[in-house]
Ligand binder design. Sequence first.
Ligand code: NAD
Length: 309
Amino acid sequence: MSTVLVTGSSGFIGRNLVKRLLKDSIKVIGIDMEDNLFADSIDGDLSKNFTFLKGDLRDGNFMERISGDPIDSIVHLAAFTRVVESVAKPKEYFENNVVVTQRLMDMAVQKNIGKFILASTNAVAGDVGFNTITDRNVLYPQSPYGATKAASEMMLSSYRSSFGLSTVRLRFTNIYGTDMATKDSFIARMCKAALGDKRIAVYGDGHQVRDYIYLGDVLNVIRAALFKDCPEVVVVGSGSSISVNDLVKKVEQATEIKFEIDYQEAKKGEMKAVIVDNHSIEFASLDQITSLEVGLQKTWDWFKNYYSF
Ligand SMILES: NC(=O)c1ccc[n+]([C@@H]2O[C@H](COP(=O)([O-])OP(=O)(O)OC[C@H]3O[C@@H](n4cnc5c(N)ncnc54)[C@H](O)[C@@H]3O)[C@@H](O)[C@H]2O)c1
């Protein structure tokens, strides 16, 4: 049985990836500095294949503890993830997102680990205007957060060439879906506002376009990246972009709520558009990409249920 180390296993993607891998009878070691509050929702039989280690990956002693366990692959999701915060704390972002990635890769080389998968972002491409982002863009990140992912990607590239480590960089667009109450991203904020004061802040004029991909599709791509031959760089997006104003309308349709929109000054470091060419996910042979209408309905149903208790 294969053992996968998932860092950031208490986070939005991590806790859902853990459940998905356990369902597929894969052994998982999860690492996070936050508690794994989702453990109760893991089926009793499956939970015996899950080991959770609570700790901070910046702590060298904690790293020592992990390196004793047998591991076949690593999915490295743990990171600080807020663009605006990264502008205020570039050093902390560098230490947590880049230095930790490098140390984990050292461990992967020492332990002869089969595959090292990094959660990256299309923000590594920087502001390309309304041009399409592909898996071949030159990297010009605009925020320290984006820069930490670009720097980590470069370290992966070097470990691939220098040490033969099998590396994959998954460049996610905006991920949304069920179980995202902990997130502060736009769709999560709208769902919470629909259950609350019906007011939402939009930064800029709302004409900026974004690519949104449903969590279930992302989990399928990660699963495929672990066990199939896969390109080194994969753009994980739906391949279909929508303006923020149109997205608000779609969420209004799903929730049957009319929002009061508070337009505010655009945030520094925000991209004007995220339009992606996602042909690199073809290796994953997804049946189809979840449409925004279906994904939003599932997400909204989950939020209503979650907050009804
Ligand atoms: N969610 C998205 O839309 C999106 C888009 C692009 C890229 N990503 C990337 O995917 C990854 C996962 O995203 P997410 O949405 O699940 O984020 P999240 O913030 O929900 O989860 C990240 C988890 O990592 C943990 N963590 C951070 N630093 C740690 C450390 N030093 N030691 C131990 N644990 C640590 C946090 O406690 C948290 O539980 C991140 O690397 C993020 O940059 C996410």
